[in-house]
Design a protein around this ligand. Structure first.
Ligand code: 13P
Length: 391
């Protein structure tokens, strides 16, 4: 249940002048460390799945655990795809369980950035999913030293920000005002005057990328100027690595012994951030004011007519699974036959990300094609219905 709409969560933070931490997670130690810290502080929190990390872990394998952890958390949680490169990334993020997507086409010329961000916003909003776009460019790579990374910082122009937000329809805007991803040597210099102007121009929650290395004072000034989401990863990675290094000794052969402090190290650093950024103690009011995330199960029951051969039916099932699964907002498609040996009685279970998806799914051309193909068989008998499952 504590999985909530990210737009509601960040609007609350923006209205009440605090920032929610969007913490990059790469395995269960990160997921559990972040959530334990959020529960200890009674804070809303965002679990960030950063696309550049997908070569390190299997997203489809990690996401079911992330989703279960979020659902059983005692604080409001949102799950965000971070730095999705294009609409395919965004569709994949929503399919695997993200309920917010950040699209990063910020290195492209403005027109392209606008067009591609709009494309993602149209798709994601039809699925009930909030979108963060980026204007300007925050350089660097998480886990790396910012100083080594080629490619310069491009500041967000306040004069472009309003039109960008209006034309793309994004819910949150990632701004470039001096931060970099990864660890920078020295403290970054931030342009607060620029941030204030952007905030005044757009009036929506702003996001800061490259949270690692910011001083306490810098964080407070960012939040005072409209920042409602701070992305944070490199310092968590360093905390985990330092914990492992401290546990390694020549005779130590146990993986569990070497890694046992990782979760606690992440938890301590996340707790420090949460208290500093003002989200501590906000969980109850956020829960009361945010829409809970609700998935829908679309169920199809089908009595296969005698005229349809087993081979034709098998082909139809394979095709239907492929085409339905490709519809944005569809999370899983399963097909099966009755257990009593009546294999001409078939069912499909289609998990949809939200009621918004359910509303558009029934009229989607691929769904209509599928429904018609079932109905058009002589003597066919088909029923379909949407269900919202309880806890
Ligand atoms: P850091 O790794 O610098 O904390 O930045 C993380 C980030 O911005 C992810 O989008």
């Amino acid at each position: 249940m504590p999985l909530v709409h990210m737009a509601d969560m960040l609007k609350h933070a923006y209205r009440h002048s605090y920032a929610v931490g969007a913490f990059g997670v790469v395995n269960l130690d990160f997921v559990q460390g972040v959530l334990q810290a959020a529960e200890d502080c009674r804070a809303p929190v965002i679990l960030n799945l950063i696309e550049s990390h997908f070569s390190y872990y299997d997203l489809e394998l990690l996401m079911p655990a992330v989703t279960v952890a979020a659902q059983r958390a005692k604080v409001p949680v949102a799950i965000c795809l971070d730095h999705g490169a294009n609409i395919e990334s965004a569709v994949r993020g929503i399919r695997t369980g993200c309920n917010g997507v950040m699209v990063d086409t910020s290195l492209l010329p403005l027109d392209e950035n606008l067009r591609l961000t709009r494309e993602v916003t149209d798709m994601a909003h039809a699925c009930g999913v909030a979108v963060e776009g980026e204007l300007g460019y925050v350089p660097g790579d998480e886990d790396e030293e910012g100083i080594k990374i080629p490619g310069g910082l491009v500041y967000t122009l306040a004069s472009e920000a309003k039109a960008f937000v209006e034309r793309t329809g994004v819910d949150f805007l990632a701004v470039s005002i001096g931060t970099v991803h990864g660890r920078m040597s020295g403290t970054p210099k931030l342009d607060y005057a620029r941030l204030a102007k952007i905030n005044e121009a757009v009036g929506i929650p702003l996001a800061i990328h490259g949270g690692t290395g910011l001083s306490d004072d810098q964080c407070k000034k960012l939040i005072a100027n409209g920042v409602a989401k701070i992305n944070y990863y490199t310092a968590l990675s360093e905390a985990a690595a330092n914990s492992i290094k401290a546990n390694v000794s020549p005779g130590q052969k146990s993986y569990k012994a070497i890694t046992h402090g990782v979760r606690g190290a992440i938890r301590a650093e996340v707790e420090r951030c949460i208290r500093l950024w003002g989200s501590s103690g906000r969980a109850a009011e956020v829960l009361a004011q945010c829409r809970p995330w609700r998935e829908v199960e679309h169920i199809v029951l089908y009595n296969q007519p005698a005229s349809l051969s087993e081979e034709a039916a098998a082909t139809m099932v394979i095709r239907s699974k492929e085409t339905l699964a490709a519809i944005p907002g569809v999370r899983r498609v399963q097909a099966g036959t009755a257990v009593n040996g009546e294999n001409r009685r078939r069912c499909w279970l289609v998990r949809l990300a939200t009621p918004e998806v359910a509303a558009s799914f029934s009229n989607h051309p691929e769904q209509l094609k599928f429904a018609n193909s079932l109905s058009q068989q002589g003597g066919a008998d088909r029923a379909a219905m949407d269900f919202e499952l309880g806890e």
